[in-house]
Ligand binder design. Structure first.
Ligand SMILES: Nc1ncnc2c1ncn2[C@@H]1O[C@H](COP(=O)(O)OP(=O)(O)OP(=O)(O)O)[C@@H](O)[C@H]1O
Length: 370
Protein backbone atom coordinates (compact mmCIF):
# COMPACT_ATOMS: atom_id res chain seq x y z
CA UNK A 1 0.00 0.00 0.00
CA UNK A 2 1.37 3.35 -1.03
CA UNK A 3 0.02 6.85 -0.46
CA UNK A 4 0.97 8.51 -3.74
CA UNK A 5 -0.55 11.90 -2.97
CA UNK A 6 -2.43 13.84 -0.34
CA UNK A 7 -4.60 16.93 -0.52
CA UNK A 8 -5.91 18.78 2.53
CA UNK A 9 -8.21 21.77 2.95
CA UNK A 10 -8.78 23.37 6.33
CA UNK A 11 -7.47 20.28 8.12
CA UNK A 12 -5.96 21.32 11.49
CA UNK A 13 -3.36 24.03 10.64
CA UNK A 14 -3.33 23.25 6.89
CA UNK A 15 -5.33 25.80 4.90
CA UNK A 16 -4.42 23.99 1.70
CA UNK A 17 -1.85 21.31 1.04
CA UNK A 18 -0.99 19.24 -1.99
CA UNK A 19 1.84 16.77 -1.69
CA UNK A 20 3.07 13.70 -3.49
CA UNK A 21 5.18 11.12 -1.71
CA UNK A 22 8.02 8.72 -2.21
CA UNK A 23 6.98 5.06 -2.32
CA UNK A 24 9.69 4.28 0.27
CA UNK A 25 10.84 6.82 2.85
CA UNK A 26 9.33 10.26 3.48
CA UNK A 27 11.05 12.36 6.12
CA UNK A 28 8.99 15.25 7.42
CA UNK A 29 10.89 17.76 9.50
CA UNK A 30 10.25 21.12 11.05
CA UNK A 31 10.15 22.98 14.34
CA UNK A 32 7.64 22.14 17.03
CA UNK A 33 3.95 22.84 16.34
CA UNK A 34 4.29 23.33 12.56
CA UNK A 35 2.02 20.49 11.40
CA UNK A 36 4.17 17.35 11.16
CA UNK A 37 1.92 15.18 13.31
CA UNK A 38 -1.15 16.70 11.65
CA UNK A 39 0.10 15.37 8.33
CA UNK A 40 0.47 11.83 9.68
CA UNK A 41 -2.91 12.11 11.34
CA UNK A 42 -4.47 12.98 7.97
CA UNK A 43 -2.98 9.85 6.37
CA UNK A 44 -4.13 7.71 9.32
CA UNK A 45 -7.61 9.21 9.12
CA UNK A 46 -7.97 8.19 5.48
CA UNK A 47 -7.11 4.64 6.48
CA UNK A 48 -9.76 4.02 9.15
CA UNK A 49 -11.74 7.27 9.54
CA UNK A 50 -10.32 7.50 13.04
CA UNK A 51 -7.69 9.66 14.65
CA UNK A 52 -5.36 8.50 17.39
CA UNK A 53 -5.59 11.85 19.12
CA UNK A 54 -8.91 13.47 18.23
CA UNK A 55 -11.94 12.37 20.17
CA UNK A 56 -14.29 14.19 17.81
CA UNK A 57 -13.91 14.84 14.09
CA UNK A 58 -14.59 18.55 14.64
CA UNK A 59 -11.23 18.89 16.46
CA UNK A 60 -9.51 18.28 13.11
CA UNK A 61 -11.34 21.07 11.30
CA UNK A 62 -9.36 24.31 11.21
CA UNK A 63 -10.49 26.62 13.97
CA UNK A 64 -13.03 29.19 12.76
CA UNK A 65 -13.93 27.11 9.67
CA UNK A 66 -16.98 24.87 9.20
CA UNK A 67 -15.62 21.93 7.23
CA UNK A 68 -12.41 20.16 6.30
CA UNK A 69 -11.52 18.04 3.30
CA UNK A 70 -8.98 15.23 2.98
CA UNK A 71 -8.12 13.38 -0.21
CA UNK A 72 -5.56 10.65 -0.72
CA UNK A 73 -4.51 8.75 -3.81
CA UNK A 74 -3.57 5.27 -2.68
CA UNK A 75 -2.08 2.35 -4.61
CA UNK A 76 -3.36 -0.88 -3.11
CA UNK A 77 -4.21 -4.41 -4.34
CA UNK A 78 -2.87 -3.54 -7.84
CA UNK A 79 -5.33 -0.66 -8.17
CA UNK A 80 -5.44 3.02 -7.44
CA UNK A 81 -8.04 4.31 -5.00
CA UNK A 82 -9.07 7.89 -4.38
CA UNK A 83 -10.12 8.15 -0.75
CA UNK A 84 -11.90 11.27 0.43
CA UNK A 85 -13.25 12.47 3.76
CA UNK A 86 -15.36 15.54 4.35
CA UNK A 87 -15.62 16.63 7.97
CA UNK A 88 -18.30 19.03 9.14
CA UNK A 89 -18.97 20.95 12.30
CA UNK A 90 -22.31 19.90 13.72
CA UNK A 91 -23.05 17.00 11.37
CA UNK A 92 -21.61 13.62 10.41
CA UNK A 93 -18.63 13.16 8.16
CA UNK A 94 -18.82 11.80 4.63
CA UNK A 95 -16.41 9.17 3.28
CA UNK A 96 -15.83 8.30 -0.37
CA UNK A 97 -13.82 5.69 -2.21
CA UNK A 98 -13.35 6.36 -5.91
CA UNK A 99 -16.21 8.84 -5.77
CA UNK A 100 -18.67 6.39 -4.22
CA UNK A 101 -20.08 7.42 -0.84
CA UNK A 102 -19.36 4.82 1.84
CA UNK A 103 -22.07 3.87 4.30
CA UNK A 104 -19.68 2.95 7.10
CA UNK A 105 -16.02 3.42 7.97
CA UNK A 106 -15.73 -0.38 7.91
CA UNK A 107 -15.89 -0.23 4.09
CA UNK A 108 -12.47 1.41 4.12
CA UNK A 109 -10.94 -1.78 5.55
CA UNK A 110 -8.16 -3.27 3.48
CA UNK A 111 -7.64 -0.27 1.16
CA UNK A 112 -5.13 1.67 3.21
CA UNK A 113 -3.84 0.00 6.36
CA UNK A 114 -1.47 2.00 8.53
CA UNK A 115 0.74 1.11 11.46
CA UNK A 116 1.37 4.15 13.60
CA UNK A 117 4.05 4.84 16.17
CA UNK A 118 3.49 7.94 18.30
CA UNK A 119 5.25 9.01 21.49
CA UNK A 120 2.26 7.86 23.60
CA UNK A 121 3.00 4.32 22.40
CA UNK A 122 5.93 4.22 24.81
CA UNK A 123 3.23 3.45 27.41
CA UNK A 124 3.01 0.13 25.67
CA UNK A 125 6.14 -0.90 27.52
CA UNK A 126 6.08 1.37 30.54
CA UNK A 127 2.51 1.24 31.74
CA UNK A 128 0.10 -1.44 32.90
CA UNK A 129 -1.22 -4.27 30.79
CA UNK A 130 -4.18 -2.40 29.26
CA UNK A 131 -1.96 -0.58 26.73
CA UNK A 132 -0.46 -3.89 25.60
CA UNK A 133 -3.90 -5.49 25.32
CA UNK A 134 -5.03 -2.53 23.19
CA UNK A 135 -2.03 -3.07 20.92
CA UNK A 136 -2.76 -6.80 20.60
CA UNK A 137 -6.46 -6.24 20.01
CA UNK A 138 -5.86 -3.54 17.38
CA UNK A 139 -3.33 -5.67 15.52
CA UNK A 140 -5.47 -8.84 15.54
CA UNK A 141 -8.61 -6.91 14.52
CA UNK A 142 -6.72 -5.67 11.42
CA UNK A 143 -6.30 -9.31 10.40
CA UNK A 144 -9.29 -11.23 11.74
CA UNK A 145 -12.90 -10.02 11.53
CA UNK A 146 -13.98 -12.93 13.77
CA UNK A 147 -11.72 -11.60 16.49
CA UNK A 148 -13.22 -8.11 16.36
CA UNK A 149 -16.70 -9.60 16.66
CA UNK A 150 -15.66 -11.71 19.65
CA UNK A 151 -13.93 -8.74 21.26
CA UNK A 152 -16.99 -6.49 20.90
CA UNK A 153 -19.17 -9.26 22.33
CA UNK A 154 -16.75 -9.87 25.21
CA UNK A 155 -16.66 -6.18 26.10
CA UNK A 156 -20.45 -6.00 26.04
CA UNK A 157 -20.81 -9.05 28.31
CA UNK A 158 -18.05 -7.80 30.59
CA UNK A 159 -19.81 -4.44 31.07
CA UNK A 160 -23.01 -6.25 31.89
CA UNK A 161 -21.37 -8.60 34.38
CA UNK A 162 -19.59 -5.64 35.98
CA UNK A 163 -22.97 -3.99 36.55
CA UNK A 164 -24.39 -7.20 38.05
CA UNK A 165 -21.48 -7.51 40.46
CA UNK A 166 -21.64 -3.85 41.37
CA UNK A 167 -25.38 -3.78 42.03
CA UNK A 168 -26.18 -7.25 43.43
CA UNK A 169 -26.15 -6.33 47.16
CA UNK A 170 -28.91 -3.77 46.50
CA UNK A 171 -30.68 -6.02 44.01
CA UNK A 172 -29.92 -9.74 44.75
CA UNK A 173 -32.22 -11.01 41.98
CA UNK A 174 -29.53 -9.89 39.51
CA UNK A 175 -27.51 -12.95 40.55
CA UNK A 176 -29.96 -15.20 38.73
CA UNK A 177 -28.40 -14.10 35.43
CA UNK A 178 -24.78 -14.37 36.58
CA UNK A 179 -24.24 -18.00 35.48
CA UNK A 180 -25.52 -17.21 32.02
CA UNK A 181 -23.16 -14.23 31.67
CA UNK A 182 -20.28 -16.29 33.01
CA UNK A 183 -20.84 -19.00 30.43
CA UNK A 184 -21.03 -16.55 27.52
CA UNK A 185 -18.01 -14.63 28.78
CA UNK A 186 -16.02 -17.85 28.99
CA UNK A 187 -17.09 -18.87 25.48
CA UNK A 188 -16.03 -15.55 23.92
CA UNK A 189 -13.02 -15.26 26.24
CA UNK A 190 -11.76 -18.63 24.98
CA UNK A 191 -11.84 -17.28 21.41
CA UNK A 192 -9.85 -14.17 22.45
CA UNK A 193 -7.22 -16.26 24.23
CA UNK A 194 -6.82 -18.60 21.25
CA UNK A 195 -6.31 -15.74 18.80
CA UNK A 196 -4.04 -13.76 21.11
CA UNK A 197 -1.82 -16.80 21.71
CA UNK A 198 -1.47 -17.46 17.99
CA UNK A 199 -0.73 -13.81 17.24
CA UNK A 200 1.91 -13.59 19.99
CA UNK A 201 3.52 -16.79 18.68
CA UNK A 202 3.86 -15.05 15.30
CA UNK A 203 5.17 -11.89 16.97
CA UNK A 204 7.82 -14.04 18.64
CA UNK A 205 9.05 -15.07 15.18
CA UNK A 206 9.43 -11.48 13.96
CA UNK A 207 9.97 -8.99 16.79
CA UNK A 208 13.17 -10.42 18.37
CA UNK A 209 14.95 -10.52 14.98
CA UNK A 210 13.97 -6.92 14.26
CA UNK A 211 15.03 -5.79 17.72
CA UNK A 212 18.37 -7.57 17.37
CA UNK A 213 19.06 -5.86 14.03
CA UNK A 214 17.86 -2.51 15.38
CA UNK A 215 20.19 -2.68 18.39
CA UNK A 216 23.18 -3.83 16.34
CA UNK A 217 22.92 -7.33 17.84
CA UNK A 218 23.35 -6.03 21.37
CA UNK A 219 19.90 -6.80 22.75
CA UNK A 220 17.65 -9.83 22.93
CA UNK A 221 13.91 -9.17 23.02
CA UNK A 222 11.58 -11.82 24.45
CA UNK A 223 7.82 -11.94 24.41
CA UNK A 224 5.42 -14.12 26.32
CA UNK A 225 1.71 -14.34 26.85
CA UNK A 226 0.20 -14.18 30.31
CA UNK A 227 -3.43 -15.21 30.56
CA UNK A 228 -5.87 -16.82 32.99
CA UNK A 229 -3.85 -19.13 35.26
CA UNK A 230 -5.99 -22.26 34.71
CA UNK A 231 -5.40 -22.22 30.93
CA UNK A 232 -2.75 -24.85 30.27
CA UNK A 233 -2.37 -24.29 26.52
CA UNK A 234 -3.60 -20.93 25.17
CA UNK A 235 -2.86 -22.14 21.62
CA UNK A 236 -5.49 -24.89 22.01
CA UNK A 237 -8.92 -24.72 20.39
CA UNK A 238 -11.45 -22.48 22.18
CA UNK A 239 -13.57 -25.52 23.13
CA UNK A 240 -10.59 -26.94 25.06
CA UNK A 241 -9.94 -23.59 26.76
CA UNK A 242 -13.60 -23.12 27.76
CA UNK A 243 -13.77 -25.59 30.73
CA UNK A 244 -10.53 -24.14 32.11
CA UNK A 245 -12.01 -20.64 32.07
CA UNK A 246 -15.19 -21.89 33.72
CA UNK A 247 -13.10 -23.54 36.46
CA UNK A 248 -11.27 -20.26 37.08
CA UNK A 249 -14.55 -18.35 37.25
CA UNK A 250 -15.94 -20.88 39.71
CA UNK A 251 -12.91 -20.63 42.00
CA UNK A 252 -13.19 -16.82 41.96
CA UNK A 253 -16.95 -16.64 42.34
CA UNK A 254 -17.02 -15.66 46.00
CA UNK A 255 -14.10 -13.24 45.60
CA UNK A 256 -15.94 -11.51 42.72
CA UNK A 257 -19.10 -11.18 44.81
CA UNK A 258 -17.10 -9.80 47.74
CA UNK A 259 -15.03 -7.41 45.63
CA UNK A 260 -18.06 -6.53 43.43
CA UNK A 261 -15.70 -6.71 40.47
CA UNK A 262 -15.01 -9.05 37.59
CA UNK A 263 -11.76 -10.82 38.53
CA UNK A 264 -11.66 -13.75 36.13
CA UNK A 265 -11.12 -13.62 32.38
CA UNK A 266 -8.81 -12.47 29.58
CA UNK A 267 -9.55 -8.78 30.23
CA UNK A 268 -6.51 -9.01 32.53
CA UNK A 269 -4.21 -10.64 29.92
CA UNK A 270 -0.72 -9.29 29.32
CA UNK A 271 1.97 -9.41 26.68
CA UNK A 272 5.13 -9.64 28.75
CA UNK A 273 8.11 -7.91 27.12
CA UNK A 274 11.66 -8.57 28.35
CA UNK A 275 15.04 -7.41 27.11
CA UNK A 276 18.02 -9.62 27.90
CA UNK A 277 15.98 -11.50 30.49
CA UNK A 278 14.91 -8.35 32.38
CA UNK A 279 11.36 -7.09 32.42
CA UNK A 280 11.31 -4.13 29.99
CA UNK A 281 8.59 -2.33 31.94
CA UNK A 282 10.84 -2.10 34.99
CA UNK A 283 14.37 -1.97 33.59
CA UNK A 284 14.45 -0.72 29.98
CA UNK A 285 16.15 2.61 29.23
CA UNK A 286 14.41 5.28 27.11
CA UNK A 287 16.18 4.16 23.94
CA UNK A 288 15.53 0.48 24.68
CA UNK A 289 11.86 1.21 25.31
CA UNK A 290 11.56 3.03 21.98
CA UNK A 291 13.45 0.24 20.21
CA UNK A 292 11.18 -2.41 21.73
CA UNK A 293 7.94 -0.57 20.88
CA UNK A 294 9.09 0.01 17.35
CA UNK A 295 10.15 -3.62 16.98
CA UNK A 296 6.65 -4.68 18.04
CA UNK A 297 5.09 -2.32 15.50
CA UNK A 298 7.42 -3.48 12.74
CA UNK A 299 6.60 -7.09 13.60
CA UNK A 300 2.88 -6.27 13.39
CA UNK A 301 3.53 -4.82 9.96
CA UNK A 302 5.46 -7.88 8.77
CA UNK A 303 2.70 -10.23 9.94
CA UNK A 304 0.13 -8.15 8.05
CA UNK A 305 2.30 -8.35 4.94
CA UNK A 306 2.69 -12.12 5.32
CA UNK A 307 -1.08 -12.52 5.54
CA UNK A 308 -2.20 -10.15 2.81
CA UNK A 309 0.80 -9.64 0.52
CA UNK A 310 0.56 -5.86 1.12
CA UNK A 311 2.80 -3.72 3.30
CA UNK A 312 0.84 -1.38 5.57
CA UNK A 313 2.00 2.24 5.45
CA UNK A 314 4.21 2.95 8.46
CA UNK A 315 3.70 6.29 10.23
CA UNK A 316 6.49 7.12 12.68
CA UNK A 317 5.85 10.24 14.68
CA UNK A 318 8.86 11.60 16.54
CA UNK A 319 10.54 8.22 16.72
CA UNK A 320 14.15 9.34 16.30
CA UNK A 321 14.68 11.28 19.52
CA UNK A 322 16.40 9.30 22.27
CA UNK A 323 17.85 6.90 19.72
CA UNK A 324 21.61 6.77 19.16
CA UNK A 325 22.93 7.35 15.64
CA UNK A 326 23.08 3.63 14.79
CA UNK A 327 19.47 3.10 15.79
CA UNK A 328 18.45 6.24 13.90
CA UNK A 329 20.19 4.88 10.81
CA UNK A 330 18.18 1.68 11.16
CA UNK A 331 14.90 3.66 11.20
CA UNK A 332 15.90 5.86 8.29
CA UNK A 333 17.40 3.29 5.99
CA UNK A 334 16.89 -0.29 7.04
CA UNK A 335 13.18 -0.81 7.58
CA UNK A 336 12.41 -3.35 4.91
CA UNK A 337 9.55 -3.13 2.41
CA UNK A 338 6.68 -0.68 2.16
CA UNK A 339 6.24 3.04 2.55
CA UNK A 340 7.35 4.92 5.64
CA UNK A 341 6.60 8.43 6.91
CA UNK A 342 8.94 9.72 9.61
CA UNK A 343 8.59 13.02 11.43
CA UNK A 344 11.46 14.65 13.25
CA UNK A 345 12.52 18.02 14.54
CA UNK A 346 16.22 18.48 14.01
CA UNK A 347 17.65 19.02 10.58
CA UNK A 348 20.79 17.02 11.29
CA UNK A 349 18.72 13.83 11.05
CA UNK A 350 18.62 14.42 7.31
CA UNK A 351 22.29 13.61 7.00
CA UNK A 352 21.60 10.00 7.93
CA UNK A 353 19.01 9.50 5.20
CA UNK A 354 20.28 7.51 2.20
CA UNK A 355 17.22 7.78 -0.07
CA UNK A 356 13.61 8.86 -0.22
CA UNK A 357 12.13 12.31 0.02
CA UNK A 358 12.41 15.13 2.53
CA UNK A 359 9.68 17.64 3.39
CA UNK A 360 10.25 20.76 5.45
CA UNK A 361 7.01 21.84 7.14
CA UNK A 362 6.49 25.36 8.43
CA UNK A 363 3.21 26.74 9.74
CA UNK A 364 0.97 24.31 7.87
CA UNK A 365 2.84 24.47 4.55
CA UNK A 366 5.58 22.53 2.83
CA UNK A 367 8.41 25.02 2.41
CA UNK A 368 10.92 22.70 0.79
CA UNK A 369 10.43 19.39 -0.85
CA UNK A 370 13.72 17.71 -1.70
N1 LIG B 1 -8.24 22.41 14.54
C1 LIG B 1 -7.12 23.14 14.44
N2 LIG B 1 -7.12 24.33 13.79
C2 LIG B 1 -5.99 25.07 13.68
N3 LIG B 1 -4.80 24.69 14.18
C3 LIG B 1 -4.74 23.52 14.84
C4 LIG B 1 -5.88 22.68 15.00
N4 LIG B 1 -5.50 21.58 15.69
C5 LIG B 1 -4.19 21.73 15.95
N5 LIG B 1 -3.72 22.87 15.44
C6 LIG B 1 -2.35 23.41 15.50
O1 LIG B 1 -1.51 22.67 14.66
C7 LIG B 1 -0.17 22.97 15.06
C8 LIG B 1 0.75 21.85 14.67
O2 LIG B 1 0.47 20.68 15.36
P1 LIG B 1 1.31 19.32 15.18
O3 LIG B 1 0.86 18.45 16.30
O4 LIG B 1 1.19 18.79 13.82
O5 LIG B 1 2.80 19.83 15.43
P2 LIG B 1 4.19 19.11 15.14
O6 LIG B 1 4.81 19.80 13.98
O7 LIG B 1 4.03 17.63 15.06
O8 LIG B 1 4.98 19.54 16.45
P3 LIG B 1 5.88 18.75 17.52
O9 LIG B 1 7.25 18.67 16.94
O10 LIG B 1 5.83 19.71 18.69
O11 LIG B 1 5.24 17.44 17.81
C9 LIG B 1 -0.25 23.31 16.54
O12 LIG B 1 0.22 24.63 16.73
C10 LIG B 1 -1.73 23.25 16.86
O13 LIG B 1 -2.14 24.29 17.71
Amino acid sequence: MIVNALELDFFRNYTHLEASFDPRVNLIYGDNAQGKTNLLEAVAYLSAARSHRARYDREMIMMGIDSAFLKGEVASRDRVFTLEAKLFRGRGRQLFSNGVRLKTAGELAGILTTVLFCPEDLYLIREGSSARRRFLDGAICQLRPRYSQALAEYNRLYDHKTRILRDWPENPSLLQTLDDFNLRLAQTGAILIHYRAHFIRRMEKHAPAIHADFSGGRERLELSYETVSTVTDPMAQPREILPQLLAHQESHRQAELDARQCLSGPHKDDLVVSIGGQLAKTYASQGQTRTAVLSLKLAQREIFQEETGEWPVLLLDDVLSELDSKRQAFVLNRIRGGQVFITCCEEEKLEGLEGGRVFHIRDGSIVTNI
